[in-house]
Design a protein around this ligand. Sequence first.
Ligand code: GDP
Ligand code: ADP
Ligand code: 5GP
Length: 207
Amino acid sequence: MSARGNLFIVSAPSGAGKSSLIAALLANKPADKQVSVSHTTRQPRPGEVNGQHYHYVSVEEFKALIAEEAFFEWAEVFGNFYGTSRKVIEETLERGIDVFLDIDWQGAQQVKKLMPEAIGIFILPPSREELERRLTGRGQDSSEVIASRMAQAVSEMSHYKEYDFIIVNDDFETALGDLSAIIRSQRLTRASQINTHNDMLKGLLAD
Ligand code: GDP
Ligand code: ADP
Ligand code: 5GP
């Protein structure tokens, strides 16, 4: 039997590069890793695809999903609602697949309470100036939205201490290597290896 997948929470101030890092990690469609697609009431950005980047729903639909207890966690971020589907997470972890949650610190706190074994990773930009350059350079948000996200960046970043790992996303390839190393290390813990190699261990230690 394959071991249960690990749950990774990835948070960062908007623009630090978490979506790009997760996308790069999953670019060659590894069978053992999957990103959780959240529900949101935010409008799709140009190029965003329903069901791929997010499930886009109305505020009414989102509230109905809260009432049905469909969310593992949900939060209001920058005036929009965001939530993680409970069913998809559970089923995917059961199948031995690692799941990545691209969620904010409020959601991260809820997940850690419900599943203390979840692994928190915080992505930091190398400087405030670089963060602003990336938010502007992405070219997908209005100047008002960028200003409001920059204003919130410092308070978001102050939560870095609540995470198990910290990655500084200065050079992208280095940051991607760091992310891969964290994920791989979690497959190599004693608990995980005992699960994966149960039969082999029995054979090695048999009288
Ligand atoms: P980004 O900053 O470019 O990733 O902008 P998004 O609009 O995609 O995300 C806005 C915020 O909502 C970020 O802080 C995300 O981490 C957070 N977020 C996205 N999905 C979820 C979710 O399912 N649950 C929670 N709690 N937060 C989410
Ligand atoms: P987030 O999901 O955290 O909001 P994104 O992944 O959308 O951030 O990244 C914000 C912008 O910064 C994107 O235009 C992305 O291409 C760019 N970016 C991400 N990482 C780096 C990096 N290490 N160096 C330069 N630009 C980067
Ligand atoms: P954006 O609107 O730029 O896509 O996302 C803004 C923020 O919302 C990001 O920090 C992202 O991590 C967070 N976010 C996205 N989905 C969820 C979610 O399902 N739950 C929570 N708590 N935050 C989310």
